[in-house]
Design a protein around this ligand. Structure first.
Ligand code: UDP
Length: 468
């Protein structure tokens, strides 16, 4: 009988997807049986579809945690992290009864927001690991956060200098994570609580690779400048293209008819939503650029900052005619395609006609763009996306940033026209495309047998097996 690993992502496609891919690799390359434990409360339609309609390899089981009633605990005014942590905390209560009967269970791997599950691993006497689905730079920041919390008085946003995480690139104050911009809010307390628990893991897997984040990984690894358990870069783990996807999906057949590298894909992740004003500017900017595009459009949010409503995506009524500028769809007919709510992103990015990605720079979108060799217009919205954008522009050189107008806080139509043309049509765009192709090659190689990420996961797998 194979050794068994149980893994537990927190809700949201940005977490579920890399955990799902990790599970598949553990099963197919490293000989484990894996139970992917799924928090079902508030699950999106996209999540259910991914996990329950995909062909699963032998040895991978999807285990749904019983839904929990959080109506008295969670409300729409809460921040995303608070909601997520509360749902995770309640859902995890059913974990002991699910895990106790699994034979040859050798490790429990959990998302950092599910760190309450460490106690369950302790009770069962199995090692506990974390899988961090964002960047090594953010991991380093979170591991350093308890120190900052002790040493800094007042708000981090009032510090006169960028925040220095030992061994890492300083973080400009304006790039700081939303959740740490006000230390009095609940979001900050939840983040800090889970950050404090991160070092309790026996090891931390992280969805990145050596060539993408050499500096942060060195700080976490050989330099040990931040006290941490062993860190294993095992990425980039991104969703695989689905060869069974129906070929008649409109945006894919539309892409088939476009010239190579000619289409800009515009998407803000699983929950990113713009204000009405910003949406109008984006529509005009795309039109002015005269470039081909596919745009995953969402209904504008009243409070666009509270935008990451990933729980709601899919089900709501969304008719782009109701909120796009008058005549936009008609004028851009043939040049652009507007897709409401959701598109098969990886299939779009891997298509030969796609030549650019206007992205919110969520970590998964970042990795997917790199793995498919597509340069980026960086348009961060919230969470740690500003740091990801800065890294892509300044360190990796595969993106240009769309700058907001300081007075209005929106990215204006001329700026959008400029950055879209630059990536799709300019010399700078060509240089970015060739850099991202190089990075694509090394990222893919790191996952192949003998590559750095493959070896990293093999090392953890060996440790787990040695327990059997
Ligand atoms: N995604 C998709 N279609 C969409 C929007 C998102 O397939 O229309 C997928 C995307 O490929 C990525 C994930 O959802 O794997 C979003 O994760 P990311 O970390 O980029 O952003 P988040 O949703 O966490 O803000």
């Amino acid at each position: 009988m194979k050794p068994h690993v149980a893994i537990l992502p927190s809700p949201g496609m940005g977490h579920i997807i890399p955990f799902f891919e990790l599970a598949k690799r553990l099963v197919t390359h490293h000989g484990f049986h894996v139970s992917l434990l799924v928090i079902t409360t508030g699950a999106s339609a996209a999540q259910t579809q991914l996990l329950h309609s995909s062909m699963l390899p032998d040895g991978l089981s999807i285990v749904d945690l019983p839904p929990v009633d959080v109506s008295g605990l969670v409300n729409d005014d809460m921040g995303l992290v608070t909601r997520l942590c509360l749902i995770a905390r309640e859902s995890i209560k059913s974990l002991p009864s699910l895990l106790i009967d699994i034979p040859r269970l050798t490790a429990l791997v959990v998302d950092p927001f599910c760190s309450d599950a460490f106690n369950v691993a302790d009770e069962l006497g199995i090692p506990k690991y974390s899988f961090f689905t964002a960047s090594a730079a953010l991991l380093a920041f979170l591991l350093h956060l308890p120190t900052l919390d002790r040493e800094v008085e007042g708000e981090y946003v009032d510090l006169p200098e960028p925040v220095q995480v030992p061994g890492c690139k300083p973080i400009p104050i304006h790039d700081l994570l939303d959740q740490v911009r006000n230390r009095k809010i609940e979001e900050y307390r939840w983040l800090l609580q889970h950050a404090r628990r991160l070092p309790m893991a026996q090891g931390i897997l992280v969805n990145t690779c050596e060539d993408l984040e050499p500096v942060s990984l060195r700080a976490l690894g050989e330099l040990q400048q931040i006290p941490t358990p062993p860190v294993y870069p095992v990425g980039p783990l991104i969703i695989e293209e689905d060869s069974n996807k129906p070929s008649e999906i409109e945006c894919l057949t539309w892409l088939d008819m476009q010239p190579p590298d000619s289409v800009l894909f515009v998407s803000f992740g699983s929950g990113g939503t713009l204000s009405a004003e910003q949406l109008t500017e984006l529509a005009w900017g795309l039109e002015l650029s005269q470039q081909r595009f596919i745009w995953v459009a969402r209904k504008p949010a009243v409070d666009a900052k509270a935008s990451g409503a990933f729980f709601n995506v899919g089900g709501e009524h969304n008719n782009p005619r109701e909120y796009l500028p008058d005549g936009f769809l008609k004028r851009t007919h043939g040049v652009g395609l507007v897709v409401p709510s959701w598109a098969p992103q990886v299939e779009v990015l891997s298509h030969a006609s796609t030549g650019g990605f206007l992205s919110h720079c969520g970590w998964n979108s970042t990795l997917e763009s790199i793995v498919h060799g597509v340069p980026i217009v960086a348009w961060p919205l919230y969470a740690e996306q500003r740091t990801n954008a800065t890294m892509l522009v300044e360190d990796v050189g595969v993106a240009v940033r769309a700058e907001r107008e300081p007075e209005k806080g929106v990215v204006g139509r001329e700026e959008i026209e400029r950055v879209v043309r630059l990536v799709m049509d300019g010399e700078e765009g060509k240089a970015m495309r060739s850099r991202v192709k190089e990075l694509q090659k090394s990222a893919v190689e790191s996952l192949n047998e003998g590559g750095s990420s493959y070896n990293s996961l093999s090392q953890v797998a060996k440790e787990w097996k040695s327990r059997v």
